[in-house]
Design a binder for this molecule. Structure first.
Ligand SMILES: Cc1cc2nc3c(=O)[nH]c(=O)nc-3n(C[C@H](O)[C@H](O)[C@H](O)COP(=O)(O)O)c2cc1C
Length: 216
């Protein structure tokens, strides 16, 4: 009888121990989660740093630069920016052009003197701009005496257009773009300059859009 009692006590002890040991051997929920995430971590695919860079590097944009003494070129620049989604940048003169300055019938006016001397470089007052984020720059101005206003030369000489496509555009009473685009390209000394185009002040967005499509 005693022997049977000892045996059942031993059996109970053995069962009790197995309950504890099973508790110890089954991982807790917390431990299970952490071990799963550890597994996930170790199985995570290797990231290609080049691909990651490609994704995060922003696409290079379009900039529309313009100088406009009486607002005509500004209107065309705004339409180009609207069609292309480009940023606008206005070149302003440190010494603003007055009506008397713009009088081309006066052989003594400021613009007559400036256009007579290709070495004149009127000072720019607008904040300098970095072209770093841009792949294409449209550059617009009015035609003065058949050429670009000298302030455009001040601008292009201050820029590095390396690796950038530059597209001149202008407005005028009737003259074409003439040699102004070439003058600017020569003075800039860098950039891939395309042939420019003259617009009437009243050119529509459709006209501008088809010009841009033709170049692509
Ligand atoms: C000093 C000066 C010279 C100009 N020379 C010419 C010219 O040679 N040929 C022409 O067709 N228009 C000429 N124009 C007219 C301008 O090119 C035209 O009005 C232009 O659209 C003005 O642009 P903006 O309003 O952006 O300044 C001249 C205007 C000025 C003020």
């Amino acid at each position: 009888m005693k022997k049977i009692h000892y045996l059942s006590v031993a059996l109970m002890l053995a069962l009790g121990m197995s309950g504890c040991s099973s508790a110890a051997s089954v991982p807790s929920e917390e431990a299970a989660v952490s071990s799963v995430s550890e597994a996930e971590e170790s199985e995570a695919p290797e990231v290609n740093p080049a691909a990651e860079k490609e994704e995060t590097e922003p696409e290079k944009g379009i900039l529309v630069v313009y100088f406009s003494a009486t607002g005509t070129t500004k209107g065309i620049a705004e339409k180009i920016a609207s069609v292309t989604g480009g940023d606008l940048y206005e070149i302003t003169a440190a010494e603003e052009y007055t009506e008397a300055d713009l009088n081309y019938n006066d052989s003594n006016s400021r613009t007559t003197h400036e256009q007579d001397d290709p070495s004149v470089r009127p000072e720019i007052s607008s904040e300098t701009i970095s072209l770093d984020g841009y792949s294409t720059v449209y550059i617009g101005y009015p035609i003065w005496w058949g050429e670009e206003p000298r302030i455009m030369d001040t601008f292009v000489e201050s820029c590095d257009f390396d690796g950038i496509t530059v597209i001149p555009f202008c407005t005028s009473g009737s003259s074409g773009i003439g040699r102004s685009g070439k003058n600017l390209a020569d003075n800039a000394g860098s950039g891939n300059w395309l042939e420019g185009r003259r617009f009437d002040g009243g050119a529509s967005e459709e006209e501008i859009s088809s010009w841009i499509s033709e170049m692509q």
